[in-house]
Design a protein around this ligand. Sequence first.
Ligand code: 48F
Length: 266
Amino acid sequence: MSRIQETEITRTIMSSYHDKLLGSVLSDVLVVGAGPAGLVAGFYLTKLGFKVTMVERCLAPGGGIWGGGMAMNEVAFQEEALPVLVDFGIRHERQPEGLYTVDSVELASALILKAIQAGVTLLNLVTLEDIGIHHNRVTGIVVNRTGISGALHVDPLTFSAKAILDATGHEATVIEKVRRRGLFPDSPLYGHAGEGPMDAATAEAFVVERTGEVCPGLWVAGMSVNAAIGGPRMGPIFGGMLLSGKRAAELISATLKQAPQQVSCT
Ligand code: 48F
């Protein structure tokens, strides 16, 4: 083993992390939440040539995948999601009634690994506290260290991007920053009861169909869609999450490529 010094370990980590952090100050797309929808969106966006930064509040990215259904680490998929599983190299097994199962630990691990290897900069232990708005457009996220956020009186910092994607799951935490202030009153965020009770088939269709831009600069994907716009919940079937993430990437890409000059951020 080569001789190492503790000071060099510290210096190397600090320098490497701060390069990553500085590169995240301005991105094409900021994804909030590293669950299935966010990871898939980030993967396809980087493949389409965009600079993507993803922030995740928890130590372990992967969101609600790991525990499968009721802590049985398998999740279900419908046939339409197979192309995404293939793109990520995730093994799946056909079951009766046209469903497929995937080991949830393999699913989480592969989505994380492939998203990062595709070029997504993933910062874990970073919590969204607020959003930034300029010229009537959501242009940034206000973030702090998890652990500090809500516990200590320490000011957060801001990252900016041409597009922000709320992929924070049931909490829809980015959307909530808009909604509780009554901003963008003409958006689809108002006038419904929020996430509805279990109806897996309706929910899976809803989450994909309603993925999109909910107010200027802010897109929504995954379970946040149903929480933000009022769709039912679906439990441990994940096709909708993957397809919603992919659709978000395609929609954001189309918008940014169509009018890049109009989407500046401060
Ligand atoms: O909850 P999550 O997995 O959302 P998703 O990608 O998938 C939903 C499914 O897991 C499941 C379901 C489908 O059958 O109903 O629930 O829509 O991942 C959301 C991620 O966002 C992070 C959170 O820790 C999780 O990893 N997150 C939530 N709030 C914040 C956040 C925040 N304020 N800042 C940073 N990350």
